[in-house]
Ligand binder design. Structure first.
Ligand code: URA
Length: 443
């Protein structure tokens, strides 16, 4: 077999065999196939696409390239969730304990944030003492004992994806549905869960700008799950504005604790209940989502979800006292109010700009491995459709140092809000659901 023949076959619209795909991925990982051939392959896939079977084979080849967690020693149907990345997206902090409280074991690997989107691991590390590096045995034991563990993604999880993603990033081949779907799912499959719930974001602040693209990506990932023998469902949710009100690590943990107390923002709570409900259905704890939602609402009301979160924080070395007193979390010393210049309705909130404002304040990284400040961020005081008067506070920046970042963050946050005379048409938070049975819009 020769790489050039496989590239030519894909370039000409052919369908690759499992052996051809494995030859490319294995050879690329070993260093036998150079970057220039892999770039040509990625570009051929971008133009010609892949069948569901080819995409699944690519995913499995990348999943096999490194460590594959075997969760079979843990009883029950183990579930994982994944978000394609949003601003203010703290859903894992709520969904994981909620699903675990309903009896679904959650074994989750998470990543750090980069650019305008945050990462769950950074959020968790804002809890004093919290450890995200867990040895596999400790990870398994914790899921067995309390039904829930979240660990930082090991460097050896799907290394083929890591290498290919870095290449795609510099060869204009990121935005290909089969390449994105296989990239995301290779890491999920290598993480070992039996059931995977995907939160695919769409809108101004998301990777997938249109609902149609988000649905195509969701369908591709659900098909991979089916072919790989993992129960998979995808919820497509709106990211035209940040989720909830808090953006920034400790601020988001605080909001997540409020949500677990049943006092969270409506949009955040609704999305978390929906995602956890799909996990409960795939995990065999409810027959349908409509049945799972009241069950999970009960877990919020009874305090069982909050208790699960407390046990999880304590098990990973964190100061569980933050659950009762979130003021123990790191807090920024200064507040800067961003005010409306005119009266009207909030017509647009650019989530990406607000994510960048939080990053500039120190909540996120412009480059990999840069240090972050857990205390800083942005809290939205107004959301889409709200009526404001001139001078009303739109958002509050939580800032640490007094420096030039203040001015840039304030400018970005102010630019993120568009105020107009007419109220905007608001679209629902949950736009569609993709399961093995197909797409359900407006679900
Ligand atoms: N996130 C991933 O993990 N992979 C992609 O290709 C795009 C987004």
């Amino acid at each position: 077999m020769r790489a050039v023949d496989i590239i030519r076959k894909k370039r000409d619209g052919g369908v690759l065999t499992a052996a051809e795909i494995a030859f490319l991925i294995d050879g690329y990982c070993r260093g036998d196939i150079p970057d220039y051939q892999m770039s040509a392959f990625a570009m051929a896939v971008l133009f010609r696409g892949m069948t569901a079977e080819e995409t699944a084979e690519l995913t499995l080849a990348m999943a096999r390239s490194g460590t594959q967690l075997d969760l079979s020693g843990i009883p029950g149907i183990k579930a994982d969730k994944h978000s394609t990345g949003g601003v203010g997206d703290k859903t894992t902090l709520i969904v994981a304990p909620l699903a675990a409280a309903a009896g679904v074991p959650v074994a989750k690997m998470s990543g750090r944030g980069l650019g305008h989107t945050g990462g769950t691991i950074d959020k968790l590390e804002s809890i004093p003492g919290f450890r995200t590096e867990l040895a596999p045995e400790a990870f398994f034991r914790q899921v067995r004992e309390i039904g829930l563990a979240v660990a930082g993604q090991s460097g050896d999880l799907a290394p083929a994806d890591k290498k290919l993603y870095a290449l795609r990033d510099v060869t204009a081949t990121v935005d290909s549905i089969p390449l994105i779907a296989s990239s995301v799912m290779s890491k999920k499959i290598a993480s070992g869960a039996d059931a995977i719930v995907l939160d695919v974001k769409t809108g101004a602040g998301a990777f997938m700008k249109t609902l149609e693209d988000a649905e195509r990506l969701a369908e591709a990932m659900v098909a991979i799950g089916r072919l790989a023998g993992r129960r998979t469902a995808a919820v497509i949710s709106d990211m035209d504005q940040p989720l909830g009100r808090a953006i920034g690590n400790a601020l988001e943990v605080k909001e997540a604790i409020a949500a677990l107390r049943g006092e969270g923002p409506e949009d955040l709570t609704k999305l978390c209940l929906t995602l956890a409900a799909h996990m409960a259905v795939l995990g065999g704890k409810a027959a349908a989502v409509d049945e799972a939602v009241p069950l999970l609402e009960g877990k919020l009301k009874s305090g069982e979800a909050l208790e699960k979160f407390r046990a999880f924080v304590a098990a990973q070395g964190g100061d569980a006292a933050v659950v009762d007193d979130p003021d123990l979390l790191p807090a920024a010393p200064r507040r800067i109010a961003v005010k409306a210049e005119r009266a009207g309705f909030v017509r647009r909130i650019d989530a990406e700009k607000l994510g960048l404002a939080a990053m500039v304040l120190g909540a996120g990284r412009a480059v990999k491995d840069a240090p972050i400040d857990h205390s800083v961020g942005v809290v939205l005081v107004r959301k889409l459709g709200d009526r404001v008067e001139a001078g009303d506070v739109l958002a509050e920046l939580h800032a640490a140092r007094e420096d030039r970042a203040d001015a840039e963050a304030t400018r970005l946050a102010a630019e993120a809000f568009e105020i107009g005379g007419e109220p905007p048409a608001l679209r629902p938070l949950i736009l569609s659901v993709v399961t093995e049975d197909g797409i359900r819009r407006g679900a």
